[in-house]
Design a protein around this ligand. Structure first.
Ligand code: DX5
Ligand code: ZN
Length: 227
């Protein structure tokens, strides 16, 4: 299986945002040993969203470990004007780069930048953006990300009103594009998202916030019907 095919499967993608930043490498190793192959990296700029998280140097620090284990680095840019930073993340080892629809007036250009940099491209929408916002870009997308909380913080409760949007996005993008859900994904919320067509399930607190992340990962895989 090529690594790009990871995006076609139903997969739980642990988000390192909820890991101990003093031991990200061992935390990633733990979930990869438990079967995780898509590692989600949340980038926040203190502008598009209030917190500041991490930059390309952390992607670079993980690239060898994740790629050597057959994994995929899924970078979620919660930053203003993401097109200015795409090449830095691509050079650092990102496999997919997702930008926010709300973070740039140049969504098509940003997606082209991601593809030109050799990565798979995603566009994310926040809970207040309707799925139809992605209509014109849908044919170019590898990933459509439906935020199921407001972006910026881990550990928030799933917003049930986002659930119909997951199904609408799946209908819009069709079979060849992954639908990713992000925020408040846990055992009870993964299944309903899967039922509506989501196949990538980002999980921060429900994996790394648990006493046994490997066991928590396995429970989520089961709840999502993932591999
Ligand atoms: C939130 C980030 C998420 C975050 C999810 O803005 O995009 O990826 O890590 O965290 P949980 O799973 O704890 O809601
Ligand atoms: Zn994210």
């Amino acid at each position: 299986m090529s690594r790009a095919e990871l995006l076609r499967d139903r997969r739980v993608a642990p988000s390192i945002l909820a890991a101990d930043f003093g031991r990200i490498g061992p935390a990633v190793a733990e979930v990869m040993e438990a079967g995780a192959r898509v590692i989600h990296v949340d980038v926040m700029d203190g502008h598009f969203v209030p917190p500041i998280s991490i930059g390309p140097n952390v992607v670079d620090a993980l690239r060898e470990q994740v790629h050597d284990a057959g994994g995929w680095l899924d970078v979620h840019l919660m930053i203003q004007a993401p097109e200015r930073h795409v090449s830095d993340f691509a050079r650092a080892g990102a496999d997919s780069i997702t930008v926010h629809f709300e973070a740039t007036p140049h969504v098509h250009y940003a997606v082209n930048c991601v593809h030109d940099a050799g990565c798979r491209a995603g566009v994310a929408i926040t809970p207040s953006t309707p799925p139809g916002a992605l209509e014109s870009i849908a044919p170019d997308l590898d990933i459509a990300l439906c935020m199921t909380v407001n972006p910026g913080w881990g550990g928030q409760p799933f917003l049930p009103e986002t659930l119909p949007k997951v199904g609408a996005l799946k209908e819009l993008v069709g079979d060849d594009t992954a639908v990713e859900v992000d925020g408040g994904i846990e055992v009870d919320t993964a299944g309903p998202c899967a039922d509506r067509g989501a196949n990538l399930f980002v999980a921060g607190s429900s994996v790394f916030g648990q006493p046994d992340p490997a066991e928590a990962y396995a429970k989520l895989v089961e709840a999502a019907g993932a591999v």
